[in-house]
Design a protein around this ligand. Structure first.
Ligand code: IPT
Length: 999
């Protein structure tokens, strides 16, 4: 192929040439020869440097490298031939590049840039007996534009990276050796349609196979399996292009001719809660195809999305395909891991953002039960940079490409019961090409709903879909009281539709906070069908640090780490699971927020169980109680809960022993009730907890506060002594017993979270106020009668906003050092940038990240044991997953390794804690009214400065933060800030805490 031909093809509006019509994928009895494995490979930096004649079978590729198929060359090139990670900058074939919205090439449609990396792949294979049948070469996914030759003959070319492409090779395939050549261009006209928020990586990244198509084989098949919930019957019809019959032994169906409809009594319906699949076989003259049939009917009834007659609620996530070592090439184990993790965290729905996934993932969704919004491989978001000028969605020249994409998605995936909605794509602006896609999809498949968030009027979709709506607006939408649009008819139409949030709660870094408030609204307004958290996984790329004290250690790279000219930093690390699929605290929080049963303890004798299941009752769950006094178990047992029907509520009486046990105790009495899976079900193991609730039945009996009858203050040389504690002349604690410490100082700073750092986040204002660089002036040090009073005023250079801190120290004869802390704001916090930062349109007031103190303790390996909220980190708007109890973690375990380091690890409501060092030293901390605790081997300033986890190095101390309050997490990285109730304003507050060296 000449340069000019290649150049014309990569700039073509057309989706491809020479391809076969799209059709359903299937597990067939006919031969399928996998062509995955190592292919020879050569990367040309631009079209003009393509290898002449590489498609010819006798081309000499002996000097070429080999590359794994499926895979992408940028990801594969990050490793050396022995599989070890190369040094960054030494990648073999280009580098991954990350942008979210912005195109990483000039907006010059339909032209790709001259610098168009072009991968040339070759592979030989043998086939016996190719004569009797026709043969098809199938590519499951190639990114982004490719041309294929078999035995030197050009078959055609294709685009649509995450959709299958088939070529007829019957005429070209030979008995014995064959040579396949594929040329893949990183950039093409199609790249303008594939601006999804992800790494730009290229190549044959899904499997390739050669399929035998016997005479009389089935070209395409469409299984329509409805469920009549009133009659309890399945209605089956299988369409094929050749005569065929259907058998479903389990249902006694034999020899049902394709094209005929059959009512089948006694069928169990398919739903995400009951993923009932029936094994069937579709047989034609030439082959038989395995069917996995799920009977279900999806409809909008009276403005509600129903499946099998019942309204459904989505507890969803947006899932990109990602693996930190192989990119968008996933093995079956990884796909299964995603499904199991979702099921075990109460997730029941997936939006395949923003392209159809490897179809084996959909098989798993069918099998384990997940509602799927199958989204087309389409996004043109980068045109927003030019005011959507020349957006392909509105340009008729691109229509064939748009229609091609929706056809290939629908045809491939139409037999998956889990798919209940077709989504036309994401962030493609507006235009008639999208409407045309929707019309085509509806005419081809009337059994599913149509989704596209960008159609605000919802004129061609079935659901009104929104992203990142705040709770204020969501409540109005729920009530039908949201703002009216100009066109009354369009407005009325939209208002009558069911609502979903196709994206909400941006899970970037530490967060999302404020999930509870969304769930409350979803519970309250039936029109709100739930939503899909953005997003499932952090797309970090595994790399090895080459410099610094952690050289050699692994970390996850993000945008900009590969020298990209334009990039979007760590916006790619915004998932509920870390790149290695370890659940983040955000996933645990989401699990708690969306629990399918909501438990509440009304008093020591009644429990309320409210079911959020749509199709099953609660008979698959077991309920149990646990009573604790200050975290020590007093008793436990089971709770008999009669099966609660879908969306029903039951009130049950708790065991009388609970009240009895509670009555006798003196400490804090906490009752926990939890619900767990009785038997293994759809990937959720027996005993797996799905929901819990706690209630404090009795507060700890008030212990004496701040006695002044402590030990006297001894004025010593250069300082003060109180019991075994020593203070310097500024009144700063320097020795706690035998432990040298950097005594507590006011601390208002936290290493900003990604949410704090957002465009409308608070971090800019905090930095502008100098909260990260406070200077402390000692205003008073006064030894008194059994107490030492120390007052400090803290503010930053050039600023007047700060805090006056009063610390009143006393010591009990038992050796406890007691601190009564009082904070009061000085100066104005609403000046400078703080005045500009959005605060929900109200009068702008300055906010602060935290109100508390920090002290330095000896370093080294240590463990924290605490009675408070845990075991994981928790924040004021993200603590549904936390429980009050006794917990224990090493300092290392207390740190959450966010891909981009930031504030983390807080444990709230801590009543008592003990730090124990490996050396045997111990310090106890008591705060009767509860305090937020974090303990780290580096300072907040170091955490703030770190770009990657490997930048963090223990500095020889342990830094203990004790906070009265902190600013919530919210979702401002892409969405609303912390809800007003979770923001923190400087205010007068106090804390009582006791410290002691335990001996
Ligand atoms: C939204 C995109 O739809 C999604 O793909 C992702 O990029 C997300 O943002 C941010 O992580 S669009 C945004 C402008 C609301």
């Amino acid at each position: 192929m000449s340069f000019s031909e290649a150049d014309r093809n990569v700039s073509s509006f057309e989706p491809g040439a020479g391809r076969l019509k799209p059709r359903a994928g299937s597990a067939s009895s006919a031969r399928s020869i996998p062509l995955d494995g190592y292919w020879t490979f050569h990367l040309a930096p631009r079209l003009r440097e393509m290898s002449d004649g590489f498609e010819s079978p006798d081309f000499d590729d002996s000097a070429w490298a080999t590359l794994r198929v499926p895979g992408s060359w940028q990801m594969e090139g990050l490793r050396g031939p022995d599989g070890t990670l190369r040094e960054r900058g030494q990648a073999q074939w280009g580098r991954p590049a990350y942008t979210n919205v912005i195109y990483p090439f000039p907006i010059d449609p339909p032209h790709p840039p001259d610098a168009n990396p072009t991968g040339e792949y070759r592979r030989a294979f043998e086939v016996d007996r190719p004569g009797a049948a026709s043969w098809v070469l199938r590519f499951e996914g190639v990114d982004s534009h490719f041309t294929v030759w078999l035995n030197g003959m050009e078959l055609g070319w294709g685009t649509g990276s995450r959709l299958p492409t088939e070529f007829d090779v019957t005429q070209v395939l030979r008995e014995g050796p064959n040579v396949l050549a594929v040329r893949v261009h990183q950039w093409s006209a199609a790249s303008y349609l594939e601006d999804q928020d992800m790494w730009w990586i290229s190549g044959i990244f899904r499997s390739v196979s050669l399929l035998e198509r016997p005479v009389g084989a089935i070209g395409d098949h469409f299984v329509q399996a409805d469920f009549d919930h009133e009659a309890g019957e399945g209605i089956l019809r299988v369409e094929t292009d050749v005569p065929a019959v259907v058998d479903i032994p389990e249902l006694g169906v034999t020899g049902l001719p394709a094209g005929e409809s059959l009512r089948i009594p006694g069928v169990g319906p398919w739903s995400a809660e009951t993923p009932r699949l029936y094994a069937g076989v579709l047989t034609s003259e030439g082959e038989s195809i395995e069917l996995r049939i799920g009977f279900r009917t999806v409809r909008v009834v009276d403005g509600l999305i129903t499946v099998n007659g019942s309204p459904v609620r989505f507890r969803g996530v947006n899932r990109h395909e990602w693996h930190p070592e192989t990119g968008r090439t996933l093995d079956p184990e990884t796909m299964l891991a995603d499904v199991l993790l979702m099921k075990q965290h109460n997730i029941n729905a997936v939006r395949t953002s923003h392209y159809p996934p490897d179809s084996r993932f959909l098989d798993l969704c069918d099998e384990y039960g997940l509602w799927v919004i199958d989204e087309c491989d389409l996004e043109t978001h980068g045109f927003v940079q030019v005011g959507w000028d020349r957006n392909p969605s509105a340009d008729p020249r691109w229509r064939p490409a748009y229609l091609d994409r929706v056809e290939r998605m629908v045809e491939r995936d139409k037999n998956h019961p889990s798919v209940i909605m077709w989504s036309m794509g994401n962030e493609c602006g507006v235009g008639d090409n999208l409407r045309a896609m929707a019309e085509w999809a509806r005419s081809r498949d009337s059994t599913r709903l149509i989704h596209y968030e960008g159609d605000y009027d919802s004129s061609y979709v079935d659901v009104y879909s929104r992203m990142y709506v705040d709770i204020g607006e969501l409540e109005l939408i729920g009530k039908g009281a949201d703002e009216r649009t100009v066109d009354a008819q369009a407005d009325a139409h939209r208002r009558a539709l069911p609502v979903i949030l196709c994206e909400y709660a941006h899970a970037m870094g530490n967060g999302p906070g404020g999930l509870a408030e969304y769930e409350e609204l979803f519970d309250r307004y039936s029109r709100l069908h739930g939503g899909f958290v953005w997003e499932w996984i952090d797309h970090g790329i595994l790399q090895r640090a080459t410099e610094g004290p952690n050289a050699g250690q692994l970390f996850y790279a993000y945008g900009g780490d590969f020298g990209e000219v334009v990039h979007d930093r760590n916006f790619i690390a915004d998932g509920l699971v870390f790149p290695d699929r370890t659940p983040s605290p955000g996933l645990l929080e989401y699990k708690a927020a969306i629990a399918p049963v909501v438990l509440s303890i009304d008093n020591d004798s009644t429990l309320t169980v409210r079911s959020r299941f749509d199709h099953i009752d609660t008979s698959g769950l077991v309920f149990a109680w646990l009573l604790e006094e200050d975290g020590a178990e007093l008793g436990g047992g089971t709770v008999e809960v009669p099966p609660v029907p879908p969306r029903g509520t039951a009130r049950v009486r708790l065991d009388d022993t609970i009240a009895e046990l509670a009555r006798d105790a003196a400490g804090e009495i906490v009752l926990t009730v939890h619900a767990s899976q009785a038997k293994e079900r759809d990937g959720v193991p027996a005993g797996h907890e799905i929901a819990f609730t706690q209630r404090i039945l009795a507060e700890a009996r008030q212990q004496e506060t701040g006695s002044t009858e402590g030990l006297p203050v001894v004025v010593s040389q250069g300082g003060y002594r109180l019991g075994d504690a020593e203070f310097d002349s500024d009144g700063r604690l320097v020795m706690l017993g035998e432990l040298p410490v950097l005594g507590p100082r006011l601390d208002l700073w936290r290493a900003p979270t990604d949410n704090d750092l957002a465009w409308l986040g608070q971090a800019k204002a905090w930095r502008d106020l100098g909260l990260d660089r406070l200077e402390h002036r000692t205003a008073r040090v006064q030894p008194g009668d059994g107490e030492l009073v120390v007052e400090t005023v803290s503010m930053a250079a050039g600023r007047e906003a700060g805090m006056r801190t009063q610390m009143i120290w006393s010591a009990s004869p038992e050796g406890d050092l007691q601190l009564r802390l009082h904070l009061s704001p000085v100066g104005r916090f609403d000046t400078g940038l703080a005045a500009l930062i959005h605060d929900s349109g109200r009068v702008k007031r300055g906010t602060v990240p935290r109100l508390g103190i920090r002290m330095g303790l000896p370093g080294g390996e240590a463990t924290l044991e605490w009675y408070g909220l845990g075991p994981g980190e928790n924040y004021r708007d993200s603590r549904m997953a936390a429980r009050l109890g006794r917990h224990r973690a090493t300092v290392a375990e207390l740190q959450t390794p966010y891909v981009h380091p930031q504030e983390n690890g807080n444990r709230g409501a801590v009543r008592s804690a003990e730090i124990s060092w490996q050396t045997g030293e111990r310090v106890s901390i008591t705060a009767p009214s509860g305090v937020d605790v974090s303990l780290r081997p580096w300072t907040s300033e170091a955490l703030d400065a770190a770009r990657h986890t490997t930048d963090l190095v223990p500095d020889g101390k342990l830094w203990l933060n004790l906070d009265i309050a902190h600013y919530g997490l919210g979702s401002a990285a892409c969405g609303p800030d912390a809800w007003p109730a979770h923001r923190l304003y400087p205010h007068t507050c106090s804390l009582l805490v006791r410290l002691a060296q335990v001996r």
